[in-house]
Each structure stands twice: as C-alpha cells, then as structure tokens.
Ligand binder design. Structure first.
Ligand code: WTA
Length: 707
C-alpha cells in the first residue's frame, strides 16, 4: 500500500492577487503580469482558484487525481486500484526505511505509440497534421498526418521485429532532427523496445560509452547531418564509436541502420555523397533500400501493450561524478505525466494546437515536448532540422507564421543569441497565431524574459518558465498560462502532485516562507524516473541520500519570495549548464587528464553572455613531458575535451598552473577557482581551510598571464 505523510501545503496559499485586479496586491505581487483574459476564458485551468483547488486535491488524493487523468489515455489492462486507490501508487523515498522505489499504475498495460497515434486516429484526428518537418534547407519539408505517421511507424516496427528487436531490447539512435528520428522512437515504443537517444553532437567516445553501458542491440543513424552550413559525418562517427566499443569492451551491436541524409546538393549547402559513407555489409543496412518490403508487408502490426512498470526509454545525463547516468523512465508514469504537463502547461487542445519546441530529440525536452506530449494531446508538432540563425535570424519566426504555430518553447540561451540580432528580424513576422511562449533549461534573466515577452510576444503572450530535469520526466515548477500571474524570472508554483521544499543546505531543515535553499521534492509525481540503468545505488545515493528524511534532491538551489513565487537559481553541485547542456565538472576533468600532458585538472564554470555559463579549466602539466608538448598545450587540451565528450563541452579557456588551491584533506576549492576565473578576486570568501595559501596568489597570476 502507499504511504501517506502529513505535510503542509504551502505553495500558492499566500498568493494575493485575483485575476484582473492588477497592482492591488499585497507584498511585491503588484508587478505580476496577469494571464490574457481571452486565453484564461478557454484554458483548461483558467484561474488561480481553480489551480489551487486542483493542486490541493492532487496532494490530498494523489491516487484519485492521477487515476482520473490516466483514464484520459488508453490502457489495455486497467492498473490496480480501481477498488483500492491506494494501490495506484507505491513508494519509498527514505533509504533509512528500505530500498527506494516508486511504482505508478502497477498492473496496468499500455503503449506509448498507441496512445500517440492510434488513439488520436480513433478520436477522429487521422487526417490532422501530426508531424510537421522543416528541413535545414526548406526543400525537403514535409507534413505527416496522424494516419501517415502511423503508417510509417508501423512499417518501421515491422522492420525492427524482422531484425530481431523485441521487447526490452535497447536501441540507440544517433540521428539528426529528421522524421526518421520520431518514427524510430515511436516504432521502438510500439514493440516495447527501449530507445536511448544520443544527441548527435556527442563524440565517438561518448557514444561508445553509452552503447556499452546499455548494451545496445542496434544503432540507428544517418549518413550525415546538416546544420546551417555545416555537415557532420554521423555514420563515420558511429563506426569510430563501435571500434572503441570493440577494443575496450569486446562489445558490438548486431546491426547499424543508416538513413541517407544530406546527400544531395541544395543551393550552396555542403553535402556528403552516399558513396563516400563507410559501410560494412555484414553489419550495416541502408534504410532506404530495405524499407519497401515492409511497407507492402501484409503481416499484422506488431504493436504490443506492455507493463506500466516496464522501461519506456533510457536517456543519459551528466551528474557530479565522471560517468553519465542512464536515466530510466517507466512507461505508465512517464506517459501520464508527459500527457498531463503538456495539456495543462501548454493548454493543448486536440486537433487545434501546433507546438514548436526547438529542443533536439536527443534531450529530455525533445522527448517530452517535441514528441510525446503534443501527440498524446492530439496536436501537431514541428520538427526543425536546422539552427536558429540559418539562413538568417528570422527562420524560427518564419516557421511560426508558415505553420500557424500556437505554442512556442525554447531555451534562454537561444533567446540571448537571437536578442543579439536585434528586433528587426522578429518584426518581419506576424507571429499572430502564437498563444503561449515557454522557456526551459536554465534560469532566464529578467532582461531576456522581458525581451521574449515584449518583442516575441508583443506584450500579450504569457511565458511559462518551466523548471524540470531529465529525471523528472516533465515540468515540475511552472506557471499555468491561463491562471498564474507571472513575475519575470520566476518559475512560479509547483505543477499538480508536486510538493517542493527548500532545505537548508547545512542542516537539512525545511525553510518555510521567504528564503533560499536546496530545492527538493517530498513525494513522487508520475514522471519521476525509476532507476539509473545498471546502478541502483547511484539512484539512491545521488538523489535520496543527499538529505535525511526521504527527499528527492534536485541539485538546484531556489529562492521563495514573500508571495510564494519560486526562483530557481542554478546548480548547487558540480554540474555546469553551458547553453542549456548539462555537463559535469568531473566529466571534463577526466577528459583533460586523459591527455598525457595533463596530470591534474580543476574545472569551473563562470557566467557568459550568450551561453549562460562557460567552462574554464585550470590544469597542471607533467613537468617530465613538457618537452613533448607542442607550442600550444592549452589548445591540445581543448581538442582532447572535444574528442572525449563533444564540442559543446570544450573549455573556453585553459589556464596552466603549478598547483591548485586545496583543503588540507586534498579537496580542490572550486569556489575559489570560480572567482579567480571570473576575475572576482577582491573577496575570495573564507580561505582558512586552504592547505597552501600561496596557491591562490599563484593561480591569480596564472589567470592574468593567460588573458
Ligand atoms: C536547469 C532540462 C532554471 C536546472 C529540462 C536543472 C532550469 C537542469 C530550468 C536540468 C528553469 C532547467 N530555470 N533552471 N526553467 N529548467 N533548468 O536534465 O539546473 O537537461 O537541474 O533537463 O537544467 O537539465 P536537464
């Protein structure tokens, strides 16, 4: 049975404004921006009163609340708890009481792909657009209706089955943002195979690490990817990765499926001729040659309903230790949460809304809100292969106008980039169909928030600043666009079923009212991940043992203002956030010390105008090997990180030092290095724990010399 706990529900209780009465609030709430009346009138949640009453119910009766929402989707076998609601959720967050686990909707059987496609078709949306593909070059664009998408997915499912892929098998995708990617994801989901997408900006080594960790049976890739004027030879990188897998672990996936892509000349964009793509006929298959037989195939569709507690997918993300974590999401809970958050946070209406989430499918935002969330709600989703600035900085807004996009969701780092091009490119579009703007990935500064609101949103559109993580599956702290009065830079209040708390980082007590602390969550919501692949102890240690008493620790810090609004301030642990990408300091350090020249490295991040944060590395070189060094060891080390992890993790500066500031117990004081790297040397804070105070002066001088 489920455990119940008494708890204080304090979130929006001190919210003092009622919609429509601006500027008359207590506290500082007078500046809050009210939801547009028109939007509120039709929204699923149209007032703070409604939000509060739904929220309170979601906390008091989570089983009933979530059963009802789950009931809006299709279950082949109903989950337990029809007579006994307490069976809908079973959980333990407290390692001192036994193993940590969360089970939502146990006993139920369902299917992600069925709910995304067949259910929508049953409901009459077969001829509505489901997937709107915009190519990098605008020539190969294409729209798939729900019927057409199901046809493609079903064909690909038959192909997977014929290749020996079945329930529980892991399939890695290393693909650009082309229709093949969502089709392959939905096909895996259809037969119960577990997809693991590796963002196509990761290096061969990072890819190899993930292939081995999840023991992938198949890899799906493309000959190349095209982004703006760049071409990336993906198949070649996959071959390199598989060679590394073979050498280091003697492991090889059975099959590599290759989709021809970026192989024709379009205007002056570069291309990669298919004949120049490495191909191993024993192991590799050209998707374009092989597909037709499955299209005509009369065999039944291999769709299979699977257990709610079976894994839906694995997605790797960075933590504070070196090795990336394979975050495993359970089917039932993830499905319900992706559906519910999309429905309420983006206020989706089936057959009407068109979602443009700019996130790559290789990140969790792409999983939940470029693909699954919109389809589960019967809405079309835009898949854009290119970058925000090619052929020019108008491209996103042109896409919005061309496809009548209603919901637009992006990251602060992209907004800062576009802000740099000024307002003129925005003003060339009407953006008249937009209803809601969203942001995710990092804290959004007030200036960027206001630019988004005033310039992109013409001062009319609400912005949902959604705070969440790979591990949470979907939005955790977020405004609801028809209900929540907004304050710039605040993610505002918790989503249904989420009970956030701020804990004192030192003694772990809960901070009530105004204050700042470590952002933790007290009870499970359906989207919470079920495990770290192959490392259950990391699941417990990294998230549930940080504080005593049974809390999910997010690793982020947050502040609560007098009106109860939450402001997420950023990571408290050794995880950096560069252009919205999560990168562990330990990952970069371990890449650096793998270079023979480098014997020790300490990596920090500092603020950056466009990227949010940027990486600075302090390194100690091996004095015995100095002679072997080229003229630019710093540059060599940057290349090493690009090769080990990927270009996005490359340090902006490498500073060579002779020693590092450490405590007497040998721990590197990154806090001090961060200040030195940022040039903030007036106040270095408490340095009494330092073993060698001279190291500070040395590092300061090295930093200044390196400028
Ligand atoms: C950060 C992305 C401030 C945060 C969905 C979190 C944010 C990490 C926000 C997760 C936001 C995400 N405001 N910070 N609205 N959204 N973050 O796993 O530090 O790629 O812990 O998931 O991004 O990154 P991840």
């Amino acid at each position: 049975g489920a455990k119940s706990r008494s708890s204080s529900i304090d979130v929006p209780r001190n919210h003092a404004v009622s919609p429509g009465r601006r500027g008359r609030a207590r506290g500082t709430n007078g500046d809050a921006i009210e939801p547009p009346m028109e939007l509120a009138a039709r929204a699923h949640v149209g007032s703070m009163e409604q939000y509060r009453s739904m929220y309170n119910r979601s906390i008091k009766e989570p089983e009933m609340f979530w059963s009802e929402i789950a009931g809006e989707l299709r279950w082949e076998t109903a989950f337990d708890g029809v007579d006994k609601p307490e069976e809908v959720l079973e959980w333990n967050f407290d390692p001192s009481k036994g193993e940590v686990y969360v089970k939502w909707f146990a006993g139920g059987r369902t299917n992600m792909s069925f709910n995304c496609l067949d259910l929508q078709i049953e409901r009459g949306l077969g001829d509505s657009p489901a997937l709107i593909f915009e190519a990098n070059d605008a020539v190969n664009s294409r729209i798939f209706t729900f019927n057409e998408l199901r046809e493609e997915v079903s064909t690909f499912s038959k192909f997977l089955v014929a290749q020996g892929i079945g329930k529980g098998d892991r399939v890695i995708m290393y693909l650009p943002m082309i229709p093949m990617m969502p089709i392959a994801m939905l096909a895996c989901a259809r037969i119960g195979a577990v997809h693991s997408i590796v963002f196509a900006g990761y290096s061969a080594k990072s890819l190899a690490q993930r292939v081995v960790d999840c023991q992938a049976k198949m890899i799906i890739t493309a000959s190349a990817s095209r982004r703006g004027k760049k071409i990336i030879p993906l198949k070649k990188i996959v071959d390199e990765a598989l060679e590394i897998c073979m050498q280091n672990d003697g492991f090889s996936p059975d099959r590599v499926v290759v989709k021809g892509n970026a192989d024709t000349r379009i205007d002056d964009t570069p291309f990669l001729n298919i004949d120049d793509v490495p191909f191993n006929p024993q192991r590799d298959l050209w998707w374009d040659d092989d597909i037709s037989q499955y299209r005509m195939d009369e065999k039944p569709d291999p769709m299979e309903f699977i257990d709610s507690l079976d894994p839906a997918f694995i997605l790797y993300t960075s933590g504070s230790t070196g090795k990336p974590k394979g975050v495993v999401h359970a089917l039932g809970g993830y499905l319900v949460y992706a559906y519910a958050t999309s429905k309420f946070v983006f206020d989706l209406h089936p057959g009407e809304d068109i979602v443009f989430c700019t996130a790559d499918l290789g990140w969790i935002t792409g999983h939940s809100y470029t693909l699954y969330g919109p389809l589960l709600n019967g809405c079309a989703t835009v898949l854009f292969e290119g970058t925000p600035t090619y052929p020019n900085a108008e491209i996103w807004w042109n896409i919005v106008d061309k496809h009548r996009v209603t919901i637009f969701y992006t990251s602060p780092t992209a907004l800062r980039t576009l802000q740099g091009f000024g307002d003129a490119p925005v003003h060339k579009s009407s953006r008249a169909t937009l209803r809601i703007l969203g942001t995710v990935g990092e804290p959004i500064a007030k200036e960027t928030w206001l630019w988004y609101h005033e310039i992109i949103g013409d001062k009319k559109l609400p912005i949902v600043d959604t705070w969440w993580q790979t591990e949470t599956g979907g939005h955790i702290i977020t405004p609801l666009p028809g209900a929540t009065p907004l304050k710039p830079s605040s993610a505002t209040f918790p989503f249904f079923g989420v009970e956030p708390v701020l804990l004192d980082p030192v003694d772990g007590h809960e901070i009530d009212g105004e204050g700042e602390g470590s952002l933790c969550i007290k009870r499970p919501w359906p989207g919470i991940f079920m495990d770290v692949h192959g490392a259950h102890e990391r699941y417990e240690n990294s998230y549930f043992k940080v504080f005593e008493g049974g809390y999910y620790a997010s690793g982020d810090g947050a502040r609560r203002d007098a009106d109860g609004y939450l402001y997420v301030t950023g990571r408290l642990d050794d995880v950096m956030n560069v252009s919205g990408h999560r990168i562990g300091t330990a990952e970069v350090e371990s890449a650096l010390v793998q270079h023979p020249l480098c014997i020790e490295a300490a990596v920090v991040s500092i603020g950056h105008e466009i990227k949010g944060e940027t990486i600075v590395a302090f390194v100690i070189l091996d004095p015995l090997r100095k002679k072997e060094a080229t003229q630019y060891p710093e540059q060599e080390l940057v290349f090493k990180v690009r090769a080990e992890i990927g270009p996005f993790a490359a340090p902006e500066r490498v500073i060579v030092v002779k020693n590092l500031p450490k405590t007497r117990s040998g721990k590197i004081m990154r806090r001090i290095l961060k200040k030195i790297a940022a040039g903030n040397i007036e106040d270095l804070g408490d340095v009494s724990a330092l073993a060698d105070p001279g190291s500070i002066e040395h590092c300061i001088q090295a930093e200044q010399r390196a400028r």
